[in-house]
Design a protein around this ligand. Structure first.
Ligand SMILES: NC(=O)c1ccc[n+]([C@@H]2O[C@H](COP(=O)([O-])OP(=O)(O)OC[C@H]3O[C@@H](n4cnc5c(N)ncnc54)[C@H](O)[C@@H]3O)[C@@H](O)[C@H]2O)c1
Length: 332
């Protein structure tokens, strides 16, 4: 099989490419990535010389490049996105260009090339926010709250429209919060771990009461693999880690793993429009495709801390780049 992956130099995309080569050594992958601030060719250092792999630097919204790359492709797995909610609050424009216009450019080229399957990587954030009770199913109406979530929901609607209008063979996947190796250290878990290695405080929004479901990236990649091969065209699938926790619980677990106490926590002004709780009903993927997560957050966090401990060569340069930014994210 020959797969076109977009955003393969990002966190989940690079883990997915590694997963595919481990599982199907004869597959071929072309990785189209613009190498934005979040894209990092070091994420795929171990496979960049593989004859099964080719990297193309380019933007998904560039319809000329995308059209050329579709020749001979069987399936597309579309990860490329602007992915950080805080950045979308500062400036939503790049989110619209990549997540909406870029997704449309991918759909158009893939349709014209008659590819067999298009896997669109969405997010649980498209559903909006929950109170203390309930879970999102794949039929929950889309009610995005942040500019990031709105741009992702717009992508989902275009994918749906292509399926309904043209019979385009697309599947939407909606994973919960991923964590694990190669996650850019502006996101909560790697930010905390790398700050604590440097004896710096860990910033926590509000009182840290927001609830997220946490999914180890390798489990997410395994789920996307199963959906790619066995998922039903025209459907959406939630992917969750069965690990709903308050942010403050996650922070305390990381502190404990690193032998630190709570004096390392700094509470910062809450993010505007911060969704209170996300939780996914994942019975569809479990019942239809037989997937469930292999680890809970406690086991996954321990593995993740160990990975960051052993891979300072990877995160240190990113951390230095982030600290020279002046946009006032958590890292400041
Ligand atoms: N990280 C999570 O917890 C999470 C959870 C649910 C869904 N998702 C979704 O999964 C996907 C991957 O997320 P991630 O965390 O790996 O993101 P990331 O920010 O780590 O990686 C995004 C990648 O896309 C590339 N990219 C950005 N704009 C591009 C463009 N215009 N053209 C080509 N490449 C471009 C970047 O260079 C980068 O390599 C995204 O679609 C995101 O919305 C992420």
């Amino acid at each position: 099989m020959k797969i076109l992956v977009t955003g393969g130099c990002g966190f989940i995309g690079s883990n997915f490419i590694r997963h595919i080569f481990r599982t199907y050594p004869d597959y071929k992958i072309i990785n189209l990535d613009a190498l934005t601030y979040a894209g990092n060719s070091a994420n795929l250092k171990d496979i960049e010389d593989s004859p099964q792999y080719a990297f193309v630097k380019g933007k998904i919204e560039n319809s000329g490049i995308v059209k050329d790359l579709m020749h001979g492709i069987d399936c597309v797995v579309h990860f490329a996105a602007e992915s950080h909610v805080d950045r979308s609050i500062v400036d939503a424009q790049p989110f619209l260009i990549t997540n909406v216009v870029g997704t449309h450019s991918m759909l158009q080229a893939a349709k014209n090339a008659s590819i067999k399957r298009f896997i669109h990587i969405s997010t649980d954030e498209v559903y909006g926010a929950l109170g203390e009770e309930g879970k999102f199913t794949e039929n929950t109406p889309l009610m995005p709250n942040s500019p990031y979530a709105a741009s992702k929901a717009s992508g989902d609607l275009l994918v749906r429209a292509y399926h309904e209008t043209f019979g385009f063979p697309a599947i939407i996947v909606r994973p919960s919060n991923n964590y694990g190796p190669y996650q850019f250290p502006e996101k909560l878990i790697p930010l905390m771990i790398t700050n604590l290695f440097d004896n710096k405080p860990v910033p926590v929004y509000g009182e840290g009461k927001n609830v997220r479901d946490w999914l180890l990236v390798e489990d997410n990649c395994r789920a996307i693999d199963i959906i790619l091969h066995k998922g039903k065209v025209g459907e959406a699938y939630n992917i969750g880690g069965n690990s709903e926790r308050r942010n403050i619980e996650i922070v305390k677990k990381v502190l404990a793993l690193l032998g630190k106490d709570e004096t390392s926590i700094t509470f910062v002004k809450d993010r505007p429009g911060h969704d209170y709780r996300y939780a996914l009903d994942t019975s569809k993927i479990k019942l239809e495709l037989g997937w469930s997560p292999s680890v809970d957050i406690e086991t996954g966090l321990k593995k993740t801390v160990d990975w960051y401990r052993n891979n300072e060569w990877w995160w240190r340069p990113l951390k230095e780049r982030l600290s020279s930014e002046s946009k006032g994210f958590w890292t400041k």
